[in-house]
Write a protein that binds this ligand. Structure first.
Ligand SMILES: [Zn+2]
Length: 243
C-alpha cells in the first residue's frame, strides 16, 4: 500500500513511496525472461491482468461501486494501492513475457489479493472515523502521510460509508477497525530504493510487522502459486517463444 505516488521515479529516493515489492522468482525464471523494457507493455497482458482482477473482486463478493481502477504506472513496486488516488497501480517496467508469466502462474492474482486487503482496511478505517472526519484525520493524526483529501477522494469516502455503513462500538468490526486505524497512524515511513542502509532496513522490518501488512500478507499467501508451478509455466512459455 502506498499513500501517494510521486511521478518522478528517476530521483530514486522519495519519501512518498513506500517499500513494497518482492521478487521471489527463481534465478532461472529471471534468466529466461527477456530484459524488462521500460515502456513496452503490450495491452494483451494488461487486459488479462484486468480480467484476473475483475474475477477476483467478484469472487470475493465485494461491492462493484467501490472497486478501485487498475492502471500501469512507472514505479518501483510490483503493485500498490494508492489511497490518495484510490487506484491500484501496476509496475509498467515489466516485460510482456514476465507479465504473461505472472498472470498464468497465479502470481499476479496473489499480489492483487494483497492489495485488495489494503482496500478493505481503508474501508474499515473510513467507516470507523466517518467520511467527513477522514479529512480531519489526514490533517492531524495522519498528517505525515501527506494525503490531500481531494473532492473526488472525499466523494469516494462518502460512497464507502453509504454502501457499507458506519462502524459503531456495537459493530462486530469495531475492534479490528480500531486496530487498523492505530496501525495506519504508526505506518512506518519507509522509502523505496535500491541501496538499503541499516536505518532503512529497520524501517522495512517495521513495515512488514505492521498489522496492515501482516493481514494483507496472510491473504496473499492463500493465493500464492508454488515455485515449481511458476517454473513449469516459465519453461512452457519460453518454448512457445522459440517456435
Ligand atoms: Zn502491502
Amino acid at each position: 500500500m502506498v499513500m501517494k505516488i510521486n511521478n518522478n521515479i528517476k530521483s530514486g529516493y522519495n519519501k512518498n513511496i513506500h517499500f513494497y515489492g518482492k521478487h521471489t522468482y527463481s534465478n532461472l525464471v529471471g534468466k529466461l525472461s527477456p530484459r524488462d523494457i521500460y515502456s513496452d507493455t503490450k495491452p494483451d497482458e494488461f487486459i488479462a491482468l484486468r480480467n484476473i482482477y475483475n474475477d477476483l473482486w467478484k469472487n470475493l463478493g465485494l461491492p462493484e461501486n467501490l472497486k478501485p481502477r487498475i492502471q500501469y504506472k512507472a514505479m518501483l513496486s510490483t503493485m500498490a494501492f494508492s489511497v490518495q488516488d484510490y487506484m491500484i497501480y501496476v509496475q509498467k517496467r515489466v516485460s510482456p513475457f514476465k507479465m504473461n508469466l505472472r498472470n498464468k502462474s497465479g502470481k499476479n492474482k496473489s499480489i492483487l489479493r494483497h492489495e485488495i486487503e489494503h482496500v478493505k482496511q481503508i474501508w474499515n478505517i473510513v467507516r470507523l472515523v466517518g467520511a467527513d472526519n477522514m479529512a480531519k484525520e489526514f490533517n492531524t493524526n495522519l498528517k505525515w502521510l501527506n494525503i490531500e483529501v481531494s473532492p473526488s477522494l472525499l466523494k469516494k469516502f462518502k460512497e464507502i460509508e453509504k454502501t457499507q455503513g458506519r462502524i459503531l462500538p456495537s459493530s462486530k468490526e469495531f475492534v479490528i477497525a480500531q486496530q487498523y486505524l492505530e496501525a495506519l497512524r504508526s505506518y512506518p515511513d519507509t522509502s523505496q530504493y535500491y541501496g538499503i542502509s541499516i536505518k532503512e532496513l529497520l524501517e522495512h522490518l517495521k513495515y512488514k510487522k505492521n498489522l496492515l501488512e501482516k493481514e494483507a500478507e496472510k491473504e496473499e499467501a492463500k493465493y500464492k502459486p508454488k515455485g515449481i508451478k511458476t517454473l513449469k509455466i516459465a519453461i512452457e512459455e519460453f518454448i512457445k517463444l522459440l517456435k
